[in-house]
Design a protein around this ligand. Structure first.
Ligand SMILES: NC(=O)C1=CN([C@@H]2O[C@H](COP(=O)(O)OP(=O)(O)OC[C@H]3O[C@@H](n4cnc5c(N)ncnc54)[C@H](O)[C@@H]3O)[C@@H](O)[C@H]2O)C=CC1
Ligand SMILES: N[C@@H](CC=O)C(=O)O
Length: 810
């Protein structure tokens, strides 16, 4: 079928088409319910003020309840006059009852008279084998009855037989012709149009096949350039699986157009492939709604492809069909001819592999042969499960949990594309296994929104590593870069990480309040990743928490705020069930806090932590031999990304002091920085000056360091300078200090690589031989890597939390 743009401007582009199926019109009370819905649509105050229901409301109807089944049964009786009479009499009774229960007075009399005429002509049509004319009675009655019921409720309405305008040639709609006929027939008032039936170019009746009324609705929508088409049925959502068989199937209220097409190809009963075709290249919105729950939102078919919806469907008794030399024919064409699902599994120049029900395989081969397409079908009938993937998982590799599930279920064949996975099993899966597969395929995979603060040494490295992390977690969850800001600028939703440097250069200046408002609007889960050295930002954590953010910080200012401020942040976080991960504030990427947490959670009690906690000072003191000035080495350490933004934070010992405080708090101690004794490397006078003043006076500092070195070397056996931290917990309290020491070369603290940190942890379980964590404790890559490790840990925790915590857009 081809569709073409209709440009003639005779219609209002605010038209709406509402289609009501047989279930919605099953009996008199359902007719009343539909009339109430239509009345509501017409009077709905939400519609634009100039909306004119009398001109712009189109209804498409199917036959009432089981009427089509009764008419089909009647057609089976061709040649049996007496049986036909009996069947028509039964039909007359049923439909008369329906009319009498629905209408009263003259409107009732009018419809009964018309019905009597149609029923009188029915035997002749059956005997003549005029199938479409026989079946048309059902839709005609629905349209007539509903139009009169609407009139009875005070609305201007009439019915329209679609055979008067909708012209179909084979599978092709004759758009221009249909439009011309429709133009000539148009009258004022709500138009109730018969679904399912149409005319051929010669004017003979024909039917549009399975779910033809939905198709009629979207064709009509396109003809009248409707703004919206509503398919009213008995469900108000499209489910992730058949809800009658999968108790855990979840409803989606938004499905992308592409997914709806694929679902239809898989034989999903809610929408059929042909129904969607007239929407192609049009502005029409399609909405599936329940006439049983008309106030609910329904399911919208949206153009964008970023939908989270994911579907699992199974197909019984399916066979493989190899097809060569298609001559322009495709699976979609075959599916329409057969009125059965035909799924494309492989497509290549060598040939195509399709999956279709075994009961139509011979017919398919024959049909294709008639068009000189060579096809062979396999004799093995499979049980197939198809997974229509959500946009974030659209890659060929399966998410680990789905792959593990399939490992257990052992499909005979697997076919994969970006959008679809199809597994063929030799035996039908048990209900439990099918439910398990559905669970892993469709479980919510959250998009975590990242708000990154700081684009310096650590921040830029974190962003550089982000695409790799995003790729690794694809299929289990998404990491969306929602905002990036530094002390000057902010960028919201940057298109690509690679473009950030230039985006930041052109970006708007940082406006904290606007940024916070934007963050508050983001869907959860979201996380502030603080890669700044800023105390001001740390003091703003409560605002970020109020906007719903988890926190990951490499910035030590937050974790070392004065105790009351720090505890307030902790309380706010726990009230909102949010996390704060700060593993890189001590030992950069080394898993120090993680180890302490695990020991304590397991029941151990940590008594003492000592060692080397500054990567910068470790690097400087390892390399310093008096030949290069200490301050020159400091510049090199800064260039290597080891130092704090102001390296005097390292030299003053304050950075190590902070780390000791972080560890003490991790162990549950109530402490402040002032409680930790500090013996700085840098004389106080130089620490407080500006950087320029310090640099001018660096010779003074270099001389001091030279002096320390000489003193250490002057001792009997060779000695090394090391800057250490010590934290001891006793029943009487905490003792903590930071200082320069001289250690013999045999000491474990001497045997380190430049930049190494050493954490010696003594606990009840590690008394004689302490637990030692050792490795590079500074540097942009290890630190940014550690921040990613925190992010991975947070993601795992979020994935373990209940789906209700993971706000989704679908
Ligand atoms: N270098 C290392 O090995 C390690 C560093 N860290 C910590 O990582 C943090 C970042 O260090 P670097 O990247 O070396 O610093 P940097 O000076 O290179 O970059 C700091 C970034 O923060 C931004 N910034 C400053 N104040 C801000 C504010 N109020 N709001 C928004 N952005 C602000 C700056 O504009 C800059 O983009 C520091 O807190 C440091 O202690 C932690 C562990 C190891
Ligand atoms: N400047 C710090 C960086 C890590 O926190 C250090 O050298 O340890």
């Amino acid at each position: 079928m081809t569709t073409q743009a209709l440009t003639k401007p005779w219609r209002s582009n605010r038209s709406q088409v509402h289609k009501f199926g047989g279930t919605s019109l099953a009996n008199a009370s359902r007719f009343q319910a539909v009339a109430a819905i239509v009345k509501q649509i017409v009077t709905d105050s939400m519609l634009p003020h100039d909306w004119q229901p009398d001109r712009d409301c189109w209804l498409v109807v199917s036959a009432p309840g089981k009427t089509t089944d009764q008419l089909c049964a009647l057609l089976e009786l061709t040649g049996q006059d007496a049986a036909i009479e009996l069947a028509v009499a039964k039909l007359r009774d049923d439909l008369t009852e329906l009319v009498c229960q629905t209408l009263s007075g003259s409107l009732q009399a009018e419809v009964l008279a018309e019905l009597a005429l149609w029923l009188a002509g029915l035997p002749a049509l059956v005997q003549a084998g005029q199938t479409a004319d026989v079946l048309a009675l059902g839709e005609s009655l629905s349209a007539l009855l509903l139009s009169r019921l609407l009139r009875q409720s005070g609305l201007s309405a009439d019915w329209l037989d679609s055979r008067k305008f909708l012209t179909v040639d084979g599978q092709q709609i004759r758009w221009d012709e249909s439009e011309q006929y429709l133009l000539s027939l148009r009258t004022a008032g709500i138009q109730v149009v018969t679904g399912f039936i149409a005319r051929d170019p010669a004017g003979h009746s024909l039917t549009l096949g399975r779910n033809g009324s939905d198709y009629s609705a979207t064709i009509l929508g396109r003809l009248v350039q409707a703004e919206q088409v509503h398919i009213w049925t008995d469900v108000d959502a499209i489910y992730s699986g058949d809800p009658r068989r999968l108790a855990a199937a979840h409803p989606y209220h938004q499905v992308s157009w592409r997914q709806a097409c694929l679902l239809a190809e898989l034989g999903n009963p809610v929408l059929h492939a042909r129904t969607l075709a007239p929407l192609y290249n049009s502005q029409m919105q399609l909405q599936v709604r329940s006439s049983f729950e008309p106030t609910r939102q329904g399911c919208q078919i949206v153009p964008n492809a970023s939908c989270q919806a994911s579907f699992v469907t199974d197909l019984q008794q399916m066979v493989l069909l190899s097809v060569h030399d298609l001559h322009g024919f495709d699976a979609h064409w075959l599916a329409t001819e057969l009125q059965q699902p035909v799924v494309t599994l492989q497509q290549s120049e060598q040939g195509n592999l399709w999956l279709l029900p075994s009961k139509v395989a011979d017919r398919a081969v024959q049909l294709l042969a008639e068009h000189e397409v060579h096809a062979v079908h396999d004799t093995t009938a499979y049980y197939a499960v198809a997974w229509l993937k959500p946009a974030p998982v659209q890659q060929e590799a399966l998410p680990a949990d789905v792959a593990a599930c399939l490992q257990r279920l052992q499909p005979a064949h697997t076919y994969q594309s970006k959008e679809l996975a199809v597994w063929l099993f030799e035996q039908e899966l048990s209900a439990v296994s099918f439910a398990e597969l559905h669970h892993y395929c469709t479980q919510p995979r959250p998009d975590i929104q990242l708000i990154v603060a700081g684009t310096g040494n650590v921040g830029s490295e974190f962003l550089r590593l982000l695409p790799g992390h995003q790729q690794r977690c694809e299929g289990s969850h998404g990491l969306q870069l929602a905002a990036v800001f530094n002390s000057r600028q902010m960028v919201l939703k940057p298109a690509a990480v690679q473009e950030l440097p230039s985006l930041l250069q052109q970006a708007v200046s940082l406006q904290q309040q606007a940024l916070l408002a934007e963050i508050a609007r983001l869907p959860a889960p979201k996380v502030l990743i603080d890669l700044t050295p800023s105390q001001a930002l740390a003091e703003q954590y409560p605002d970020f928490i109020a906007a719903g953010c988890h926190i990951i910080s490499a910035n030590k200012q937050g974790v070392t705020l004065p105790e009351p401020q720090y505890q307030r942040i902790r309380t706010l976080l726990s009230e909102q069930k949010l996390q704060w991960l700060s593993n890189t504030t001590v030992g950069a990427g080394l898993p120090v806090q993680r180890a302490l947490n695990e020991l304590q959670a397991a029941g151990d009690t940590v008594r003492r932590i000592s060692g080397i906690f500054s990567g910068t000072l470790s690097w400087l003191l390892c390399l310093y031999d008096g030949r290069t000035a200490f301050s020159d080495l400091l510049l090199q350490a800064k260039a290597l990304g080891y130092t704090e933004p102001d390296p005097r934070e390292d030299l003053s010992g304050r950075d190590v002091q902070r780390k000791l405080l972080v560890l003490a708090r991790e162990l549950g101690c109530s402490l402040d920085l002032a409680d930790i004794r500090l013996e700085p490397l840098l004389p106080e006078a130089l620490a407080g000056a500006s950087w320029d003043d310090f640099w001018q006076q660096r010779a003074e500092f270099d001389a001091l360091m030279q002096q320390h070195l000489v003193q250490a070397s002057a001792q009997a056996s060779p000695k090394q300078l090391r800057y250490v931290g010590e934290l001891t917990l006793t029943d009487d309290g905490v003792d903590a200090c930071v200082r320069l020491v001289v250690v013999p070369e045999t000491d474990p603290l001497a045997a380190i690589q430049p930049c190494d940190n050493v954490f010696v942890i003594e606990s009840d379980w590690y008394q004689q031989l302490p637990l030692v964590i050792k490795g590079p404790g500074a540097g942009r890559t290890v630190t940014a890597g550690g921040v990613h490790a925190d992010l991975a840990q947070l993601s795992r925790q979020l994935l373990l939390s209940t789906p209700a915590n993971l706000s989704r857009s679908s």
